[in-house]
Design a protein around this ligand. Structure first.
Ligand code: ZN
Length: 329
């Protein structure tokens, strides 16, 4: 299909979904848990130097305010993973929402004033090895070094795709071979991980739940079984050591999971697991859903309120299509 045809099809699908949202919002259709996935947190109008930083999402504190106010006005309440997992607390028909932030970017500290103002809890999923080593996330290194070498966007994306599926040690080796050991050091305040002290400060907030995002942001389905276990259990142990408490929820990097991954999560004591499958999770929580909660993404170019309405809606064709595809965050 040509690009203009694809654009036309996407616009048509969008229009249908807008109509479906209009028709399937309200008491008959809504209810359950809707969860949103974010990564970094930026300030409105903040300059992001494209030569250094390429965030998946440029979510600003203002976007989050719009989303929070929209959901509160629509009768949603923001819940913690603990509340979701507590039997008897949430009932069918309850409108619940969770906001989650993956990776553990230092800029997530910017959430704190907003959360206390709205009294909204969020979950931050930390890749513990990055925090421990103070290293830039590998995909940010590929971007920064790729731009510095004059590679175009397509080649940088291809390199990210190539590295994504590698076992963790091979991926690290490839980065050091290509860019040198110093390239892994975090440089920018905008895309570095939390320091250990910052993580402790964040975890102190009554509005923050810290979750497991593996040690090395490993795509778990690409790792052998013992490495899957090491990635999940190692993150649990490190966070227990640093924060005095191990997480009860895990976010699978890139959304990839399989039966062995779920078993490894269960064995590590995790009670909830979260994917990137765009679906609402029925309430009260069914045991079969506990380790595969759905989650929605709001991308840069999307209107926050329209996206929120699509996620609340009883029916959405784009989400239905995405549910059949491989995950990608
Ligand atoms: Zn991640």
């Amino acid at each position: 299909m040509s690009r203009s045809l694809r654009r036309l099809a996407a616009r048509a699908l969008h229009a249908v979904d807008r109509g479906l949202a209009q028709a399937t919002l309200g008491d008959r259709f809504e209810g359950g848990l809707i969860t949103f996935l974010f990564h970094g947190v930026f300030l409105p109008g903040e300059r992001i130097d494209p030569a250094r930083i390429d965030p998946y999402q440029r979510t600003t504190t203002a976007d989050l305010e719009v989303l929070i106010e929209h959901l509160l006005a629509a009768g949603y309440r923001f819940v913690t993973p603990d509340e979701v997992a507590t039997p008897g607390l949430l009932a069918a028909g309850d409108r619940c929402a969770m906001l989650t932030f993956d990776d553990g970017y230092a800029n997530n500290l910017r959430l704190l004033p907003l959360l206390s103002r709205y009294r909204v809890p969020v979950t931050v999923f930390v890749a513990s090895g990055y925090v421990e080593r103070g290293e830039a996330y590998w995909w940010d290194v590929v971007h920064r070094e790729g731009v510095a070498r004059g590679l175009g966007a397509a080649r940088i994306e291809a390199e990210k795709r190539r590295l994504k599926g590698l076992p963790v040690t091979a991926q690290r080796r490839a980065l050091i071979d290509a860019y040198g050991p110093d390239a892994l050091k975090a440089r920018d305040d905008l895309d570095r991980p939390l320091t250990v002290d910052e993580l402790r400060a964040l975890a102190q907030s009554p509005w923050i739940t810290i979750g497991n995002h593996t040690v090395d942001h490993a795509i778990l389905t690409s790792q052998p079984p013992d490495e899957q276990r090491r990635q999940i259990a190692g993150c649990q142990a490190w966070l227990q050591d640093v924060l005095g408490e191990a997480p009860m929820i895990v976010s699978y990097p890139n959304g990839n999971y399989d039966a062995a991954v779920l078993q490894a999560a269960r064995d590590a004591g995790l009670r909830l697991g979260i994917t990137t499958v765009p679906r609402r999770t029925p309430l009260p929580l069914r045991p079969a859903d506990a380790l595969t909660l759905g989650r929605f993404v709001i991308d840069d170019h999307q209107d926050v309120v329209e996206r929120a309405r699509a996620c609340r809606a009883g029916l959405n064709l784009r989400h239905a299509a995405l549910r059949r595809r491989r995950p990608g965050y």
